[in-house]
Design a protein around this ligand. Structure first.
Ligand code: HEC
Ligand SMILES: [Cu+2]
Length: 346
């Protein structure tokens, strides 16, 4: 019981770190951008602690030293202006502000630098991939203009590569945040914001919308999936030109499923280069870890999503499909087809 107070800072850290969800913490930075930002946070924290300690120490000293004592009624010496003191307490804050400002301004320029020049000396380009991120109520679209790829919900990136990101929105204001990789930036309709990030190691990084954007804002999650450059190349090639089995699936159930999909879904969802873009591209849907950003990937949840999408994510653009629209048999075939949409395995 004696050390119970220690739980206080621990619980605070847990709170800040998203209660142990993997790779969702700005306090566990990965990659150069997040590390830069984390060290700025640390620097300002240390300066604030320094100011706090000094000010409180002086304050307590003054209270104790100059308090009214019993029987002492004399008025203490009244002081107006003290040049030395004035100079000290003007200079110290200026120095502290400079200590904050210089690294902040320098890092701001580094973070805003979207050029890929490897420097004057070698004249080579930095390895990079461009991604246009469009936020929709309540999902994310990732377009790779140089690779002819459009992906939904999962943003695949190669490790150790500069990812140059352009942020846009198709409706209201959203905000793109992958805490472990980079600080947030807004997706504003009509404006393109830019940022970059790098992931040094493979991993799955949680992303969130951090701008209240409607009734299902809190479910607008996505993932950044960092894979080695070879895997990324395979992914990009297969996304751009999907393997034949996606359009003409094998097995009767999968074939029927494709039929249902073409009837009810393809106006909004693309598989390969066929289909609409009102909803996420589903070319690699079978490789998602979650459905619609937050439901565990399994067939029960997928069926629930198709039947009750409006209950599961109120206000999203997809209609719910009841038994009249898609009967039980068709549903089974559709689920099997959706689950077969894989481009990395096999
Ligand atoms: C009117 C357009 C529209 C139609 C028709 C439609 N969807 Fe959707 N769908 C969407 C939108 C928009 C989303 C994104 C919802 C969100 O997360 O906000 C979505 C999301 C999904 C998701 C989750 C995607 C992911 O990346 O996790 C699946 C799976 C899906 N739809 C399957 C279907 C199937 C199967 C059909 C046909 C039975 C269908 N949809 C019909 C618009 C549509
Ligand atoms: Cu949003």
């Amino acid at each position: 019981m004696k050390y119970i107070w220690r739980l206080l800072p621990i619980s605070f850290i847990l709170l800040l770190s998203g209660c142990g969800v993997e790779n969702l913490s700005a306090l566990d930075p990965q990659g150069p951008v997040a590390e830069m930002q984390y060290s700025l946070i640390q620097l300002s924290l240390y300066i604030m602690i320094f100011v706090l300690v000094v000010v409180f120490a002086i304050y307590i000293f003054v209270i104790v030293r100059f308090r009214e004592r019993p029987g002492d009624t004399h008025i203490p010496k009244q002081v107006h202006g003290n040049r030395t003191l004035e100079i000290i307490w003007t200079t110290i804050p200026i120095l502290l502000l400079l200590m904050l400002a210089i690294p902040n301004v320098m890092d701001t320029f580094t973070l805003a630098d979207m050029s890929v020049d490897g420097g004057v000396e070698d004249g080579e380009e930095i390895d990079h991939v461009r991604v246009e991120v469009t936020a929709h109520q309540f999902w994310w679209e990732f377009e790779y203009p140089d690779l002819d790829v459009v992906a939904g919900q999962d943003m695949y990136i190669p490790t150790d590569t500069r990812i140059l990101i352009e942020l846009q929105s198709s409706d209201v204001q959203h905000s793109f945040w992958v805490p472990a990789l980079a600080g947030k930036q807004d997706n504003v309709p009509g404006i393109t914001n830019e940022m970059w990030l790098e992931a040094p190691e493979e991993g799955v990084f949680m992303g969130k919308c951090t701008e209240l954007c409607g009734p299902s804002h809190w479910l607008m999650d996505f993932k950044v999936i960092a894979v080695d450059p070879d895997t990324f190349d395979t992914w990009a090639t297969n996304m751009a030109e999907p393997p034949a089995h996606l359009a003409e699936p094998e097995g009767q159930v999968a074939v029927d499923g494709r039929g249902v999909f073409e009837e009810s879904c393809i106006s909004c969802h693309a598989v390969g280069d066929e289909g609409g873009n009102i909803g996420p591209d589903l070319t690699n849907f079978g490789e998602r870890e979650v459905i619609a950003g937050y439901l565990d990937y399994d067939m029960d949840n997928l069926e629930a999503w198709l039947r009750d999408t409006q209950d599961l994510k109120p206000g999203n653009e997809m209609p719910s499909f009841n038994e009249e629209a898609i009967n039980a048999e068709e549903m089974d075939a559709l689920l099997e087809y959706l689950d077969s949409l894989k481009i990395l395995e096999e």
